[in-house]
Write a protein that binds this ligand. Sequence first.
Ligand SMILES: C[S@@+](CC[C@H](N)C(=O)[O-])C[C@H]1O[C@@H](n2cnc3c(N)ncnc32)[C@H](O)[C@@H]1O
Length: 153
Amino acid sequence: MNYYGSISNGYDELHGKEQLKKIKSILNNFDISRKKLLDVGCGTAFYSYLFRDYTGIDNCKEMLKKSKANVFLGSAEKLPYADNSFEVVLSLSAVHNFKNYEKAIDEMMRVASEMVVVSLLKKSKKFDRIKEYFNPDEEIDTEIDLIMVKNIT
Ligand SMILES: C[S@@+](CC[C@H](N)C(=O)[O-])C[C@H]1O[C@@H](n2cnc3c(N)ncnc32)[C@H](O)[C@@H]1O
C-alpha cells in the first residue's frame, strides 16, 4: 500500500477544508462547473458534487474506495482516453506526486479540448520545474497552491 492508501481513511477530514478552498478559487475564476471534466489524481473526489459531468482517475484503489463519484483506477502518465475527449482536465494538488510529471502533463493536454487547470503545491521541491514545463497562459496565486491554466487552441 502506498502513502495515499495508508491515509485514505482520514484524508477527507485531514485535507477536505483546504482542498475545498482551492476548488472554490478555481470555480470563482473559471466557469468550468458545467463542462465535461476529467480530474487526474482525484483521490476520494469528495468535491465532485460541484461539477455536472465529472470523471475522476487515480492510481490508488484505497482512495477510490472511499469515493461515491464517477471514478476509475488508472495512471496519470497513461490516460485511457482518446484525444480531446474532455472539455476540461483538472488536477488538484496531485501533479508533484506523479512519477513522471512531464508525461502526465502531456497526457492531460492530449485529452483536453478546451482547458487544463493544474493546482500546484507551492512548497513542492519540483515547483519551478513543473511550472516551467506546464508553461501556464494564466495563473492565480493562492495561499498554498499556484493555480495554472493552459488554454487549448
Ligand atoms: C494530494 S492527493 C489529491 C487528491 C485530490 N485531487 C484532492 O484534491 O483531494 C494526490 C493524489 O494523486 C494520486 N496519484 C499519485 N500519483 C498518481 C499517478 N501516477 N496517477 C494517478 N494518480 C496519482 C494519489 O493517489 C492521490 O490520491
